[in-house]
Design a protein around this ligand. Structure first.
Ligand code: SF4
Length: 330
C-alpha cells in the first residue's frame, strides 16, 4: 500500500455558542468529534451524512479554512497544523476546494479568466500570454467554451458555473481536492455530468478527493471508499463495495434504503428513522444514534461505541447490529 497522502488523527472542532434561551450561557457544539482516517494518492473518499453532521466543517478543517480545536492532519507526512500562515498559503496550491454553491462562490464582478487565473498568478506558475493559454486550456478541459475567459459568471448556467469552480480549483494543479457537496445545488439532470467530469479529471490528474454529500446515491460512482458521519463522528467506513453490499451500521442501512430503486417492481424495505436528528448542542448520551435506532439496547444509552475494524478495512461503531448479524449467519 502506498503512503497515505492525507492522514487525519483524532480531529476535533468545537464551536462555542451563547444561547439567549439559557440566559446567555455558553453551549458547545462538537461539530467534528474525534475523527480519524487516511486518504491515499488518487483515492476518492466519500463522506455522507445529514445536514449538520459536521461533514462540511471536517472538509474545511482539513484545508485549515476553519482551524480545528485539536487533533492532527498530515499531508505527505507534514503536519499541516504546524505551518504558519505563509507556509499554509503556499501549501494551498496542492490542497484545493470546490464549493457547494456555484452562485455564491464566484465573484460576480470578476471575469472568468481572472477567477480561474488568480491562483496561477498567486503561485507564480505563469503570467501574461502563458497564463491565458493555461486558463483557456483548463476551461476547455472542463467543457467550457474558451470565450468564457472574457465573460462574467452570471452569463452561465448553474452547471457551467460549477465547471468554472472546478477549473479554478484545478488551475494550480493540486494533488488533493475537497469537493464540498459539489452537485447538491444542481438539477438532477446536470449532477451526473458534473460527477462524470470530476471522475475523468481524477483519473487524468491522479487527484485524491474528499467528496462530501448528504446522499449515498451521489457518492456511489466516484468513491473508492465511503465514510458515514453522524453528529460529528464517523460511524462506519468501508470500501464502496463493502459499504453498499454489506452495511453494518443501522444508520447506514437506513440511508441506503432511502435510495430510489431504478426498477419500480423491485422489492425494497424503506427503513424509517425514528424521530428527528438530535440538536448538536445536546447530543444523546451513549451512542448518539440511539433515540432513532430500532436495535437500541440498554448499553447503547450509556456507552459510546468505538469505531472498530472487523477486517478488510471495514470499520463500524455499533454495539449490537454487527454481532447480531454474525450470530444470524453463524
Ligand atoms: Fe443502534 Fe446501539 Fe448500534 Fe447505536 S450502538 S447504532 S443505538 S444498535
Amino acid at each position: 500500500m502506498t503512503q497515505a497522502l492525507i492522514q487525519v488523527r483524532d480531529l476535533h472542532k468545537e464551536f462555542k455558542l451563547r444561547s439567549a434561551w439559557l440566559g446567555g450561557r455558553r453551549q458547545v457544539v462538537r461539530a467534528v468529534n474525534g475523527v480519524s482516517f487516511d486518504i491515499h494518492p488518487g483515492e476518492a473518499l466519500g463522506i455522507v451524512g445529514e445536514s449538520g453532521c459536521g461533514k462540511s466543517t471536517l472538509g474545511r478543517c482539513l484545508l485549515r479554512l476553519i482551524e480545528p480545536t485539536s487533533g492532527q492532519i498530515f499531508y505527505r507526512g507534514e503536519n499541516l497544523l504546524g505551518l504558519d500562515g505563509r507556509q499554509m498559503r503556499l501549501m494551498r496550491r496542492e490542497l484545493q476546494i470546490i464549493f457547494q454553491d456555484p452562485y455564491a462562490s464566484l465573484n460576480p464582478r470578476m471575469k472568468v479568466g481572472r477567477i480561474v487565473g488568480e491562483g496561477i498568478e498567486v503561485h507564480g506558475l505563469a503570467k501574461g500570454k502563458q497564463k491565458r493559454a493555461l486558463v483557456e486550456e483548463i476551461l476547455r478541459r472542463v467543457g467550457l467554451p474558451t470565450d468564457a475567459y472574457d465573460r462574467y459568471p452570471h452569463e452561465f448556467s448553474g452547471g457551467q458555473r460549477q465547471r468554472i469552480g472546478i477549473a479554478r480549483a484545478l488551475a494550480v494543479q493540486p494533488k488533493f481536492v475537497v469537493a464540498d457537496e459539489p452537485v447538491s445545488a444542481l438539477d438532477v439532470s446536470i449532477q451526473a455530468q458534473v460527477i462524470n467530469l470530476l471522475q475523468d479529471l481524477q483519473e487524468e490528474f491522479g487527484l485524491a478527493y474528499l467528496f462530501i454529500a448528504h446522499d449515498l446515491r451521489v457518492v456511489e460512482h466516484i468513491s473508492h471508499r465511503v465514510a458515514i458521519m453522524y453528529l460529528g463522528k464517523i460511524v462506519e467506513i468501508a470500501s464502496r463495495e463493502e459499504l453498499y453490499g454489506n452495511p453494518l451500521h443501522p444508520y447506514t442501512r437506513a440511508l441506503l434504503s432511502a435510495i430510489p430503486q431504478p426498477d419500480p417492481g423491485a422489492k425494497s424495505r424503506r427503513i424509517r428513522l425514528l424521530g428527528d436528528p438530535p440538536a448538536p448542542t445536546a447530543p444523546p448520551a451513549g451512542c448518539a444514534f440511539h433515540p432513532r435506532c430500532e436495535y437500541a439496547e440498554e448499553r447503547c444509552r450509556v456507552e459510546i461505541p468505538e469505531l472498530l475494524e472487523g477486517g478488510s478495512g471495514h470499520a463500524v461503531a455499533c454495539h449490537v447490529f454487527p454481532a447480531r448479524r454474525k450470530e444470524a449467519e453463524g
